[in-house]
Write a protein that binds this ligand. Sequence first.
Ligand code: GDP
Ligand code: MG
Length: 443
Amino acid sequence: MLERLSDKLTQIARQLSGKGSISEKNVQDAMEEIKIALLEADVHVRVVRRFVNRTLEEAKGEAVLRSVSPGQQFVKVVYDRLVQFLGDERQDLALRGPDTLSTILLLGLQGSGKTTSASKIALRLQKEGRRVLLIAADLVRPAAIDQLVTLGGQIGVDVYSERDAESPEALVERGLAHAKREQFNVAIVDTSGRMQADEDLMAEIARVRQVADPQETLLVADSMTGQAAVDVAKSFDEAVGLSGVVLTKFDSDTRGGAALSLKSIAKTPIKFIGVGEKPGDLDPFYPDRIASRILGMGDVVSLVEKAQETIDQKEAEELQAKMASATFTLEDYLAQFQRVKKMGSVESLLEMIPGAKGRINEEDIDEREMKHEEAIILSMTPGERRNHRIIGPPRRKRIARGSGTSVHAVNKLLKKFEKMRLMMKKMTKNKKYQAQVMSQLGG
Ligand SMILES: Nc1nc2c(ncn2[C@@H]2O[C@H](COP(=O)(O)OP(=O)(O)O)[C@@H](O)[C@H]2O)c(=O)[nH]1
Ligand SMILES: [Mg+2]
């Protein structure tokens, strides 16, 4: 799987991580090589450009970690970007509870692996304890019905089929009625494909989709077709709307272009990969595992992760010491906003403050108000930030003007900050105050 891309990137990463120090030129050269490797892997050119730009941007913005080499740190940046481009989090099927029928509709071009995938997903859900019914709605090729019936027999899953249905949508309607009557809780609909995603196919699919009203509309795409798979996903998504992709023949895909381009070009998450011809050959798609496989530098990645954790730990300790001694300034407060921005969530801020997690919800913190407060603090001089007590009425007026807010807003922030500081001091001594302080933080 992805051997070719993996070999290239692993080689580049190994060279980098071995270096004790790296220059801007090293980074540029490495990025150039990565770019070529990605293009050779048939990754969409727009994705390649985005990948390179984001990686460089991120590498520049990274805090230097003392316990790892810059090369190792850069490898981690590349790894993080790979995970992001592969889709970040694992996306599971969004099915209803077991008391109601859930429907999964499979779409795709001829030969992409729809029928095979239908039986693979059926087996998987059956193992999870679901009562699964396969519906054979490919009426174009008579052999398709036999194929699904045979596969169903192999895995012990019932197949609903009709030999002379007037249309796929009529068959699906009856199949689903059967599923409800017989208390199946998942119905998987296998549809017909064409050589191309033409208008006829789209019209048929749209009719079937309307009748099926599925919880999941999955495109089955052949990973070996690379970028073409991405174009197919885009046109299916525009025509009928997709909830995810099953990327088949991943076992034979040495390049990885489809896997890396799908999420950012076609905006559809990969939910499963097909890794062989047998019914058991279906894996959930884990972006981080695939990224590790591509980069082959798992040890470096976890080393850097650990170093990052330690830095966070140190920051947290410093912050707590400041809170305890009431030397917490507006500058520290501002640093926290920036931290939230960098980490992308308020949650990371809450993690820094002992006892805050679980007591306060992320939603309680008004992000818009945070932006205002940030603007206000940014309009202060460094001296004002370090000692807010010197900010009298004239300064308040100036700051309000500079930040595009009002004197009222500035007053409010200063009052809140003063109160917060006092409470923080108490908080570090008295657990009971922690929750109160956090609600202050929320405004
Ligand atoms: N190696 C491999 N072969 C697969 C995979 N999925 C499907 N196939 C093969 O691809 C061919 C077409 O599959 P089929 O399910 O009939 O495609 P359909 O026309 O979309 O229904 C068959 O020979 C399958 O065995 C996979 O994940 N790996
Ligand atoms: Mg088929």
